[in-house]
Design a protein around this ligand. Structure first.
Ligand SMILES: Nc1ncnc2c1ncn2[C@@H]1O[C@H](COP(=O)(O)OP(=O)(O)OP(=O)(O)O)[C@@H](O)[C@H]1O
Ligand SMILES: [Mg+2]
Length: 351
């Protein structure tokens, strides 16, 4: 691709098609005890088409979970909304009050499985109680028997034993607990499921059953779109259409899973993906290896490119001013260098 073919734009994404989720210029921050504002999501724009799955990757502390919380409108201290817009199935959720959000959006339009959700289940309640509580909010017309029948039917369809409904969380294995959390969270057929590290802390076999369940939910159209946050990049390749990489509160690159893993443009993506690719063998089934250095402290982010300090290609000009988003076909990355220059560097490095 020649430099001329690269469209240089500001922070505005191309016109959306049928987007089930559309986020523009989102900034959200934590207010610390010292009254500092820490922008963990700092000018994030992206869209997700109905029927698509999007993976979010990036090192620890880059803002992935904060983005997930922000999408759900979970602005509770110390997290605050700064600016931007979040449209879910055409509804600007920032225009809704807390009750409208809870009744109209959460669980129905978008459902969220927080990081480590399976360990946060109240151990004194049987699984069916979590479903009854959800239904009380959204389907108060149903009797307990009807709720049980709906839950049992859904569990059976997802190859989970309805006996689980009578169990206490601590009676279930890690993998089963996670699958149960997913089944509960999607019982109202939300259009979007946001799953934050649903496979972390699980053994490989349990990871596979969780992935299988997510795919089943999509195949059976119980959910339409999936946002999947994980450190396990090979999993993203197998599960998601697109991957988006975050660094220090910003999106640094987004493209198809294949492009992102095998043909990354941004030096940070390249480094992340480099840790899972062996040239002769393809993808290694392991987790990220460390990239030298650490992401910047979000209390005091450097000007220019936030990755510049750790980037072996960085030049003086990377450390000043705004870094533009570059659109190349369907993909976008944030770097001052054009694709030809970057690819040439990467090729030389492999030699
Ligand atoms: N309650 C909080 N108060 C202040 N700052 C916070 C709080 N929670 C998170 N942060 C800051 O926000 C940044 C982003 O955190 P976040 O949990 O969103 O990252 P993450 O990408 O999900 O990381 P991980 O991969 O470890 O889950 C971190 O750098 C952290 O310092
Ligand atoms: Mg997280």
């Amino acid at each position: 691709m020649s430099l001329n073919a690269v469209e240089l734009m500001g922070d505005v994404s191309p016109a959306p098609r049928k987007n089930i989720l559309d986020v523009q210029g989102l900034k959200t921050y934590y207010k610390t005890r010292l009254k500092e504002n820490v922008y963990a999501v700092d000018g994030v724009s992206f869209a997700l088409e109905e029927g698509k799955t999007l993976g979010i990757a990036g090192e620890s502390g880059c803002g992935k979970s904060t983005l997930a919380l922000s999408l759900m409108g979970f602005y509770f201290p110390p997290l605050n909304f700064g600016s931007g817009s979040i449209n879910i199935n055409g509804i600007d959720i920032m225009k809704l009050n807390k009750e409208q959000l809870r009744k109209q959006i959460l669980g129905k339009e978008i459902a969220y499985i927080p990081q480590a959700a399976m360990n946060a289940l109240n151990p004194t309640l049987k699984i069916i109680r979590f479903i009854e509580d959800m239904m009380k909010e959204h389907r108060p017309d149903l009797t307990k028997k009807q709720v049980w029948d709906i839950a049992a039917e859904r569990f059976k369809t997802l190859n989970l034993s309805p006996d689980v409904l009578q169990s206490y969380p601590n009676e279930l294995s890690g993998g089963m607990k996670q699958r149960t959390v997913i089944a509960i969270s999607t019982i109202l057929n939300p259009k979007i499921l946001v799953a934050d590290e649903p496979t972390s802390a699980l053994d490989v076999t349990s990871q596979k059953t969780v992935i299988k369940l997510l795919k089943e939910l999509l195949d059976k159209k119980f959910i339409k779109s999936l946002v999947f946050i994980t450190h396990e990049l090979p999993l993203l390749y197998h599960v998601t259409d697109d991957i988006m990489v975050m660094y220090a509160g910003e999106i640094v690159e987004r493209g198809s899973a294949h492009q992102m893993i095998f043909d990354s443009l941004h030096p940070y993506t390249k480094k992340l993906m480099g840790s899972i690719i062996v040239p002769e063998e393809g993808m290694k089934e392991n987790r990220l290896t460390a990239i030298p250095g650490t992401p910047p402290n979000l209390k005091n982010v450097p000007s220019g490119c936030r990755f510049a300090d750790r980037c072996s290609y960085a030049q003086e000009e990377c450390k000043q001013g705004d870094i533009p988003n570059r659109y190349v076909g369907d993909r976008v990355y944030r770097c001052i260098f054009d694709p030809d220059t970057l690819k040439e560097w990467y090729k030389n490095e492999e030699r």
